[in-house]
Design a binder for this molecule. Structure first.
Ligand code: GLU
Length: 263
């Protein structure tokens, strides 16, 4: 998709990765089935356009906390991992339930950093992925939280989705969250950037200032830089936007588009 130069180019996307953040799936610390159902419908709109979709989803920890009635996020790693183990199955069960309404098969893929650095594991991941896509399955991917300690973590799911998009040779990565895109200050006003041609250090600094370390705009911009440098277009958009994925593929003015680098 290196030739993509504007939003019109998004109409020819064939394979896309959609990253869904925890806030797009939960309300008041619990998995929100209405939100899941809305996003599943959005993915199905893309499937009906005969495009391939991979989902990278967060929400295991959020769903696990809700299930166990834990109000504040545990600090101990082993507890976080245990919470994720509870939440991951609930998360998958919920996706399975909504996708099966459309008779759409899904697959769970849990990955850790090693799967991208070890050549054999990376090859296996890519082979499984291409088989699933050939069979018309929607892969639903998350970090394998129960084994990913800080030292061997991919980072967060924004970065994971960029690695997945590269491995899958996707044309487009969509990062869905609770922000409409990238905002910059123009005088007294904040303005959404519609198009970013290149992620500059200045843009990274702005994002860093306005963001918490993980899961905020900073890691989204890093993920956008990684993917766009690999020739993949990236859109950061609000998950609440009606028909968000279809609108993006129609070239509509949604979120912030990062153009793929051509050099
Ligand atoms: N893997 C974590 C979860 O499913 C989320 C990590 C992230 O959002 O970056 O809860």
């Amino acid at each position: 998709m290196k030739c993509l130069q504007n939003r019109d180019g998004l109409k020819s996307v064939k394979r896309m990765v959609v990253k869904i953040g925890t806030k797009s799936l939960t309300t008041n610390g619990k998995l929100d089935v209405k939100k899941v159902s809305k996003l599943v419908n959005d993915v199905m709109e893309v499937r009906r356009l005969k495009r391939e979709v991979l989902v990278v989803t967060s929400g295991a920890i959020g769903a696990g906390m809700g299930r166990l009635g834990i109000v504040s996020r545990p600090r101990k790693l082993s507890e976080l991992q245990a919470v994720a183990a509870v939440g991951q199955s609930l998360l998958m069960q919920t996706y399975e339930r909504f996708f099966s309404r459309w008779k759409q098969p899904v697959a769970q893929m849990l990955l850790s950093a090693e799967d991208f650095t070890n050549a054999t594991r990376y090859r296996n991941f890519k082979n499984t992925l291409s088989t699933l896509l050939r069979w018309g399955v929607v892969p639903i991917i998350n970090e394998n939280d129960t084994v990913a300690t800080e030292e061997i973590m991919v980072g967060d799911n924004d970065l994971l989705s960029a690695y997945v998009a590269k491995g899958a040779k996707a044309d487009l990565l969509v990062l869905l969250s609770d922000v409409d895109g990238v905002y910059v200050k123009r005088g007294r006003e904040r303005k959404r950037l519609s198009l970013v041609e290149r992620v500059t250090p200045q843009l990274e600094r702005t994002a860093f200032r306005t963001s918490k370390k993980f899961g905020g705009m900073f890691t989204k911009i890093q993920a956008a830089r990684m993917a766009s440098e690999a020739g993949i277009a990236v859109v950061i958009a609000h998950s609440r936007h009606p028909h968000v994925l279809k609108s993006i593929l129609k070239g509509e003015e949604v979120g912030t588009l990062f153009l793929p680098r051509v050099d």
